[in-house]
Design a protein around this ligand. Sequence first.
Ligand SMILES: C[S@@+](CC[C@H](N)C(=O)[O-])C[C@H]1O[C@@H](n2cnc3c(N)ncnc32)[C@H](O)[C@@H]1O
Length: 236
Amino acid sequence: MQYSWQYDEFKSVGRDYSNPSEVKIYDASHADFRDIVAESQQVLEELAVGKADTLIDFGSGTGTFVLEAARRCRRVHAVDVSQAMLHLARYKAAQAALTNIEFHHAGFLTYEHSDDQADAIVSIFALHHLPDFWKSIALARLYSMLKPSGQLYIRDVVMESTNPLSHIHTFICNQERAGGDFLREDAEGHFREEYSTCDWIMDELLMRAGFVISRKTLVDGVIGTYWCTKGELNRE
Ligand SMILES: C[S@@+](CC[C@H](N)C(=O)[O-])C[C@H]1O[C@@H](n2cnc3c(N)ncnc32)[C@H](O)[C@@H]1O
């Protein structure tokens, strides 16, 4: 159900991914500090998804992950609030002749899943677009879209509680070294304007939504990765 007071997830927070010129430079600018194809393949390998499986990617961006997922899964749902991102991802899927990806102009709070419950849900560098309360609503929605024992993989900027300001400062310096002014400003804008949270809040949000965290890493005190499974919800 949508409410008049619901958070507007289609409005840009931080970088404006509705702007086609931002989208055009996305893959090249991220290549300065990450290999998105290699990291996607590694995640898919660990999720061990196969030809019978359905996967949803929230905040699918330029589509690199969904293209890799589509080569292994039965069906992939790519969900993003940016039409410009979806446009580029659709183009890349057509170029690769992949026909098992469904693209949805929607987000964590608005996507309605009408396929079978998913075997896996993935979201990479996207959940921080929502304030914490709305993250909790989003995670409850993701929980309902997953099969029993289905897997949830989340990677995002998440702050360790010890020395967060020093970790953030070091991260911004590293980004500047990797990609000059562009990546420094990108990182500064992230912490100034977006809703990345503390790792202990993220832990609690996931557990209260019913997920079991099977593995968690926090690299350089700011890049959090969560491997979760859908657990039993205690509604007492
Ligand atoms: C930093 S990009 C990450 C893209 C991709 N997952 C990656 O790993 O490169 C964040 C993406 O999340 C999308 N996004 C922002 N808010 C969203 C929301 N509420 N629901 C779904 N996607 C959202 C943006 O449009 C953008 O494509």
